[in-house]
Design a protein around this ligand. Structure first.
Ligand code: IPM
Ligand code: MG
Length: 366
């Protein structure tokens, strides 16, 4: 079975970090893998050519491939565009139309980088948690929404709305993941204030009956935020809704010290060939302030490829080897500027970092 990959480099530093990912895929193909790679436009790059941040043709391709690998979207020159054609809309369309309901956001602290965290080393060293964020429902998409007139003032409206099946499938993703990890799930909502939170807690508890080997706990999301900065290592898998997941995953990301290191996966239902609908992307944005200067850290994008190997292509061993290669390069002291204190020596360029990871991966694979 061939492995089809659609690469959408996007804007800002997206294209330059994706070059480093291509080097790794090309090398794996030289070694006998059969990745079929195509490239296309998303975000501002697509707007410049098509007048929309994602063309219908690209959307169709994304539906057909085994996995989409996306760089980043957005840039200053698109800040004034109408809401409907902003670069971010391209990403939201991919998530919604591919029905990528489970967003996996690992927050892992590499030992060589523990001193970069704003928390003390012993609180974060060895941290390895996974946030499962529901990605296609909740207040991001609920109706009614809008800004209406009421009496002599305007009212802004958004609606938190979850069906049982939407909660159940997010919960199952979390339980399945916990099985491959530390065996613990903590579910976060606001069941003390919100009916959708009461339902969330109910449904997660019901689904848990099918996973007796997994330890389930519940936490109010505000307490969860506090616990994440107090003692993050108490968590293994956290499952939560779209908006809480957006907030909690940013907080968790910063625990690790560098956004330049964090990958993510957004997964949907299995396709006919058994592989899940999938999109992989680094958590860092397009970073327009450093784009095109060779300063970007390609590790988050490379680690997103590792997640693709694991979750789309059943290549867990290769994924682990690629992750270990990134860790080895960091331990050897190779650093892009985001991983250095000021005045600390010469930083590696984007391509030097990419080459170092590729060399380590080659050595580990031989
Ligand atoms: C994220 C981002 C997006 C979100 C934005 C860019 C729409 O913050 O992926 O976390 O809010 O989901
Ligand atoms: Mg966010």
């Amino acid at each position: 079975m061939t492995k089809s990959l659609l690469i959408l480099p996007g804007d800002g530093i997206g294209p330059e970090v994706m070059v480093e990912v291509r080097k790794i895929i090309d090398w794996m193909n030289e070694q006998g893998q059969d990745f079929e790679v195509s490239e296309d436009l998303v975000g501002g790059a697509a707007y410049d050519v098509h007048g929309v941040p994602l063309s219908d043709a690209t959307m169709e391709k994304a539906q057909e491939v085994d996995a989409v690998l996306l760089g980043a979207v957005g840039g200053y020159k698109y800040d004034e565009l109408d809401f409907s054609v902003k670069p971010e809309r391209g990403l939201l369309r991919l998530r919604k139309e591919m029905d990528l309901f489970a967003n996996l956001r690992p927050a892992q602290c590499f030992d060589a980088l523990a001193d970069f965290s704003s928390l003390k080393r012993d609180v974060v060293a060895g941290l390895d948690i996974m946030i499962v964020r529901e990605l296609t429902s909740g207040i991001y998409f609920g109706e009614p929404r809008g800004i209406i007139e009421e009496g002599n003032e305007r009212v802004g409206i958004n609606t938190q709305r979850y069906t049982e099946s939407e909660i159940a499938r997010a919960a199952r993703s979390a339980f399945e993941l916990a099985r491959r990890r530390g065996g613990k799930v903590c579910s976060m909502e606001k069941a003390n204030v919100m009916e959708s939170g009461i339902l969330w807690r109910d449904v997660v508890t019901e689904e848990h009956a099918n996973y007796p080997d997994i330890e389930l706990t519940h936490m109010y999301a505000d307490n969860g935020a506090m616990q994440l900065v107090r003692n993050p290592k108490q968590f293994d898998v956290i499952v939560t809704d779209n908006l809480f997941g957006d907030l909690l995953s940013d907080a968790a990301a910063m625990l690790t010290g560098s956004l330049g290191m964090l990958p993510s996966a957004s997964l949907g239902a299995p396709m006919a060939n058994g592989r899940p609908k999938a999109l992989y992307e680094p958590v860092h944005g397009s970073a327009p302030d450093i784009a095109g200067q060779g300063k970007a850290n390609p590790c988050a994008c490379i680690l997103s490829l590792a997640m693709a190997l694991r979750y789309s292509f059943d290549m867990g061993e290769e994924a682990t080897r690629l992750e270990a290669s990134v860790e080895k390069v960091l331990a050897d002291g190779v650093r892009t500027p985001d991983l250095m204190q000021s005045g600390e020596g010469t930083p590696a360029t984007t391509s030097q970092m990419g080459d170092a990871v590729l060399e380590a991966f080659k050595r580990a694979s031989s």
